[in-house]
Design a protein around this ligand. Sequence first.
Ligand SMILES: [Zn+2]
Length: 290
Amino acid sequence: MAIHPAPPNTGIIFVKQAGEQTLACPATIQYLRQTDHCTTLQADDFQVQTVEHILSALAGLEIDNAYVEVQGNEIPAADGSAAPFVEILTECGLIAQDETRTYIKIVQPIHVEDEHRSIEVRPAALPRMSYFIDFPHPLIQQQHYEHSCTPREFSRNIAGARTFAFRHEVEYLWSRGLGLGGSLHNTVVFSESALVNEEPLRFSDECVRHKILDLIGDLSLIGFPIIGHFQAKRAGHLLHTQLVQAILDNPDKWIMLNAENTQKSDILHRATATSSSRPLPELEPAFLSV
Ligand SMILES: [Zn+2]
């Protein structure tokens, strides 16, 4: 994977060189294909799997515009967190672009639920996330985390939290040929009562922090930063992305801030733009490769 600079108002676009052609898939909700165990995007025949952690790193650092060039069909798992991406992005340096940043500001609550799971976003002065999980495992149990969405908080407290799974799930997935990139190097695996990995947990509440990491990546599929207070209970990728859709479906419940150059319809358009509607410029040299 390599990350290239992109001009203002590009958003995040996954690209792949295929002979003479450059295939492109914008990181927006329209291209979402699967939310089962990982987030997959697909435009025509170009599919990119496991995009949630690189999207989280980009959104967590408030990077609005980039081309993410991939060679295979899957984003490198790295260590199962967003920390390696944050490290190289921070090392390489970021610039402020000469364009006002447009925000979606929630003015009325939007709620999505499914039996015991729920997620909602309420009006708030600043972006904030509260997450609650509840697993009947001695090392997890009930965990609650409050995240104030700044790049500094993200880098320090969220980016390092790794993917977690239970041994019976991992064995099942691996036996079905799924999650092939998964290993103890990039997944925290819990047995019935203990941790399988030799490396200890990075945070005692690493699981709920990883849920916030995933939420940040999934919410970025709306294409613009959102000002609101997100409150999730036992949620996951599916519910996260259903909330993104619910926000788009309820344009009367949000307004736009700093929108001199953007209309509400642009937000809806960016989230649903087709890949062919945006001509790709020549890529500038990659600053980063993983
Ligand atoms: Zn994840």
